[in-house]
Design a protein around this ligand. Structure first.
Ligand code: ADP
Ligand code: MG
Ligand code: ZN
Length: 626
């Protein structure tokens, strides 16, 4: 919008010039034949003119037919009379620049030519020659100042005004109908919508509403879209800012913007304040104290204090989005700030199909197009990738002059988008996908087989971020502070289950288990060194109390306070624990090879298995046996 107003001004200036031009030509008697002064004098001699208007600088008047004829002769231009006839409907006019000419009036009198004097500066000419250029200058001046300010309407002149005014939207057309594949997030946001629709009623019923809601998820999964959809569903104004907007060149501007934004929100309540790309603004303070991030920190501090002083009951919800929650300042996620986190994850197979359907709404699809098949071909892709594919396919079809978009167009579009993504390392090839499916099934089956570990909540082979190709999520059934030795051992077995499953299925292992091994070894080491859980070494701890982090870099690393022999013993014990867990996992999985195959196949197909589904699959098997 800042741009639009700039362009608008440009149009004004242009229009102004045009009007000026029109007025000027009008003032100069449009279509008057310009004659030289000598021509004029001869015209007077031949009585070729009449009804003169004389000003300080010019003489103009009627050009009589005799005058036209005379000029044609004088100029040796046969076509002159015809031209004059074309231009003038009635009597032709002429004008000439006046020269010093003492006897002019006498001669006019002699010839009997009528003349009158005209005051040169009428109010109109004064207006044109003074006021308009002034206005023009002011216009240009304002225009450039806005450009310099570069900060929306007002620019430099109203630096502290919030950009949020620019991005305020009263009516958002986006609703949950335009979002797919993130049903869980939608479900969590429903409460917020309910609240925004009728804050008073919601509160009367005793509903407690979070102040800040943070949407967390990889880029392109629809966080911004979801935030807008919440406003659309609730029918409230949407004020949005992008984190990087705050990084301003003038000191204090960012903080002023935040203040202004919150003040506006109070007026507009119920409404949503949305801060996109919060990480740009909310990077942990003090990470790089030397590189002049003061302005950002001031802004962040202002945001924090505004959030603290904010009364949610008025009906203002503060939403934010980020794909890098790990770098956020811890103060931002404290209770009373962005304490509600909603995961906007990569879509599943079904989700991808739904997203494709949404974006294909306005596209004419050929009869052969199967969105389900397309969804199966795009594991790991996010909403923006899929939107991109539909768009790309439509463009391809248009380029080929087709009337509908065919499956072939989609296939080619996918290839193009995939090529782009592969560069960014976000796609798995089918072989990798298979390995990951077996790996994750391994974790899940071991977890289900062991009594002391948390039940499986979800298994997924949709890649998430760098490093994690899939995940098996276990949900603790209760909060835990203490863990027994058996529980820790079972946990390690679950971690190693992934690697075991790979071994059983492929006869070899991949690099995918690296993180599992790391974590399992970590547990084993803690068991031996910290918790005194090794039978051989007995109830001893070999871990010094951890020093504060900042001392770590100053003091030399602590030397071991146990013997070399003990160190070897520790290593052996750690290895023994890991090995025991490994054999346990192998026993479990080897005894249910067919279940492993079956579940892995389903997972490969669906990409996501909820805990209940998994247990149903397992029970089926048991029922068959029994
Ligand atoms: P993010 O903010 O998470 O990076 P955006 O909301 O900006 O992602 O998504 C960019 C575009 O991709 C959206 O405008 C929409 O067209 C498409 N898109 C992304 N996620 C979805 C989704 N879940 N459902 C439908 N379209 C989506
Ligand atoms: Mg976004
Ligand atoms: Zn694993």
């Amino acid at each position: 919008m800042a741009q639009t107003s700039g362009r608008l001004i440009l149009w004004y200036v242009l229009a102004f010039f045009l009007i000026l031009l029109a007025v000027q030509t009008f003032m100069a008697a449009p279509g008057a034949v310009t004659v030289t002064y000598s021509e004029f004098r001869r015209l007077v001699e031949h009585k070729g003119v009449d009804d003169l208007a004389i000003t300080n600088g010019a003489v103009s008047g009627k050009l009589l037919p005799e005058g036209v004829e005379f000029l044609a002769q004088e100029r040796q231009d046969d076509k002159f009379p015809e031209q004059v006839k074309k231009i003038f409907e009635k009597e032709p006019l002429f004008t000439t620049v006046k020269m010093e000419d003492k006897n002019l009036l006498d001669r006019l009198d002699q010839q009997g030519i009528k003349y009158r004097a005209v005051a040169e500066r009428t109010w109109l000419t004064a207006l044109l020659s003074w006021v308009l250029p002034m206005l023009l200058l002011v216009g240009i001046w304002v225009y450039f100042f806005r450009k310099i300010g570069g900060a929306g309407p007002g620019g430099l002149l109203s630096v502290g005004k919030s950009k949020a005014r620019v991005y305020m939207e009263d009516e958002i057309k986006v609703t949950f109908k335009d979002v797919a594949g993130v049903e869980e997030a939608e479900e969590e946001l429903k409460e917020i919508i309910e609240f925004l629709r009728n804050p008073a009623k919601f509160q009367a019923l005793g509903g407690k509403i979070p102040k800040g809601v943070m949407l967390v998820g990889p880029p392109g999964t629809g966080k911004t879209l979801l935030a807008r959809a919440v406003a659309g569903e609730a029918g409230v104004p949407f004020m949005s800012l992008t984190g990087s907007d705050f990084v301003e060149m003038f000191v204090g501007v960012g903080a002023a913007r935040v203040r202004d934004l919150f003040a506006q929100a109070q007026e507009k309540a119920p409404c949503i304040i949305f801060i996109d790309e919060l990480d740009a603004l909310g990077k942990a303070r003090g990470i790089s104290p030397l590189s002049g991030h003061e302005e950002r920190e001031n802004t962040l501090n202002q945001l924090l204090s505004e959030m603290d002083g904010f009364d949610t009951r008025k009906g203002v919800i503060i939403m934010a989005a980020t794909n890098r929650p790990e770098i956020l300042d811890p103060a931002l996620i404290r209770p009373g700030r962005f304490d509600r986190h909603i995961l906007v994850d990569r879509p599943s197979l079904k989700g991808r199909e739904d997203i494709l359907r949404i974006h294909a709404r306005d596209v004419k699809l050929g009869p052969d197009v199967n969105l389900g098949t397309l969804a199966a071909r795009t594991p790991g892709m996010v909403g923006s990738d899929l939107a991109n594919i539909v768009n790309e396919a439509a463009l391809l079809a248009a380029r080929r002059d087709q009337t509908v978009v065919t499956m072939a167009d989609f296939e080619e579009a996918i290839d193009r988008v995939v090529a782009g993504l592969e560069k960014r390392n976000r796609m798995m090839n089918p072989k990798e996908k298979e390995i990951v499916a077996y790996h994750e099934t391994g974790h899940a089956l071991v977890a289900e087989a062991l009594p002391l570990v948390d039940p499986v909540h979800r298994v997924s082979i949709i890649p998430r971020g760098i490093g994690a190709l899939g995940y098996t999520m276990q949900l603790p059934t209760e909060d835990r502070y203490l863990m027994t030795k058996s529980e820790l051992e079972e946990r390690m077995a679950v971690m190693l289950g992934g690697r075991v499953a790979e071994e059983l299925h492929l006869g070899e292992v991949s690099t995918g288990a690296q993180n599992d091994l790391y974590r399992a070894t970590g547990i084993a080491r803690s068991m031996v060194r910290e918790y005194g859980m090794s039978e051989k070494l007995g109830p001893l701890t070999f871990e010094r109390e951890r020093r504060p982090l900042f001392l770590e870099s100053i003091l030399p690393p602590s030397s071991k306070d146990y013997s070399e022999a003990t160190a070897q013993e520790i290593d052996r014990e750690v290895a023994g624990l890991v090995d025991k867990a490994y054999r346990r996992a192998r026993e479990i999985l080897a005894s249910q090879r067919d279940t492993l195959e079956r579940v892995a196949r389903v997972l490969l197909d669906q990409e996501v298995l909820e805990g209940d589904e998994l247990r149903r699959l397992l029970n089926e098997k048991i029922a068959e046996k029994g």
